[in-house]
Design a binder for this molecule. Structure first.
Ligand SMILES: Cc1cc2nc3c(=O)[nH]c(=O)nc-3n(C[C@H](O)[C@H](O)[C@H](O)COP(=O)(O)OP(=O)(O)OC[C@H]3O[C@@H](n4cnc5c(N)ncnc54)[C@H](O)[C@@H]3O)c2cc1C
Length: 298
């Protein structure tokens, strides 16, 4: 709950720092669920005190929505009892350039298997010799957080790198479910700021002899959006309370998903309305500065 409220507030000012906050939970989720106390003490305090960051590596060039289609594999190490040899490339990994460690999902069964229990989570330190960062994406937005490729080139690790149990793909799903109110919060913050820009402009700008806000059709649109933002906030609160109470298993997925879906849809709807209501001004950065820091209208 606390993190989701912080993210909502930060997202009103900038999407990138809101994502940085979100990442503190994304990579640590599986560890919080499955690591031993000793392992938690090794990886989590640095995230909590801000001295370290971490990334979550699930996606691959051929495996986004279809995560089970991943091709990165871990084969048993013939030389180390219980050890693994990892090979593959992960992509679109947020915060990759700054990460001190990674939560990485790989196939511990044959790469072509599509069973969930053929996938295992590993925690990998950034400074391991055969872990490297490849291509960094040139994105259209959110430039404050890098996304890019994580390359595992015949990386040998011991059994202590396994998070939870071998075949523990459910960790990814549990952790993504627990994240849903947090993603919802970011959508909510973005929706609120878009509405703020729109309202600020329609109250100031005059057309046909009165402010745009004086036209009832505009008031309806703003009222509907305000109502939806309020509804999204309440869905998010319920979802965050459930996640805090440890309710992020399969039976809680509908409530958690509804909160994420609704808030992110509202973010898109609010942005689109704000673009429309700002007219040509939307293209000028100065308009946005004015909204935020109260520059004079001249
Ligand atoms: C800015 C950014 C940051 C990211 N950060 C991370 C990260 O930190 N870690 C990480 O692991 N990944 C990350 N990702 C990857 C992200 O998780 C994937 O983009 C996401 O899972 C979707 O996969 P995809 O892009 O391959 O889309 P695809 O799976 O190719 O989907 C394309 C379209 O097809 C639709 N579609 C897919 N399956 C179906 C279906 N069965 N029926 C109907 N329609 C379908 C989708 O809804 C979508 O509209 C990031 C992506 C972005 C853009």
């Amino acid at each position: 709950m606390g993190l989701s409220i912080a993210i909502e507030e930060v997202a009103k000012y900038s999407n990138a720092p809101a994502l940085i906050l979100l990442l503190t939970r994304l990579a640590t989720g599986p560890l919080q669920i499955a690591l031993t106390e000793d392992q938690k003490m090794r990886y989590l305090p640095g995230i909590a005190n801000g001295s370290l960051s971490a990334s979550f590596a699930l996606s691959e060039p051929g495996a986004g929505s279809d995560a089970v289609g991943m091709r990165t594999v871990a084969l048993p190490d013939p030389e180390i009892n219980g050890g693994w040899v990892l090979d593959g490339v992960k992509c679109w990994i947020s915060g990759i350039a700054q990460a001190g460690w990674f939560t990485v999902f790989v196939k511990t069964g044959p790469a072509v298997f599509r069973k969930h229990d053929s996938i295992t989570a590993f925690v990998l330190d950034r400074d391991l010799p055969r872990v490297s960062i490849g291509w960094l994406d040139r994105k259209m937005g959110v430039h404050g957080v890098d996304t890019g490729e994580l390359i595992l080139d015949h990386l040998r690790v011991g059994k202590e790198a396994v998070i939870g149990e071998v075949g523990g793909f459910r960790l990814a799903m549990l952790s993504l479910s627990a994240m849903r109110p947090i993603v919802a919060a970011r959508g909510l913050g973005l929706a609120e700021v878009a509405l703020m820009y729109a309202v600020d402009n329609v109250k100031r700008r005059e057309v046909f002899g009165k402010t745009i806000a004086a036209f009832q059709g505009i008031q309806w649109e703003i009222s509907k959006l305000t109502m939806k933002i309020e509804a999204a906030r309440l869905l998010r609160y319920r979802a965050a309370m459930m996640a805090d109470n440890g309710q992020f298993g399969k039976s809680s997925v509908p409530q958690l998903s509804v909160a994420k879906y609704f808030a992110t849809e509202i973010a898109v709807r609010a942005s689109s309305l704000a673009v429309q209501l700002l007219g040509a001004q939307v293209i000028w950065k100065i308009t946005l500065w004015r909204c935020f820091i109260g520059m004079p209208n001249s």
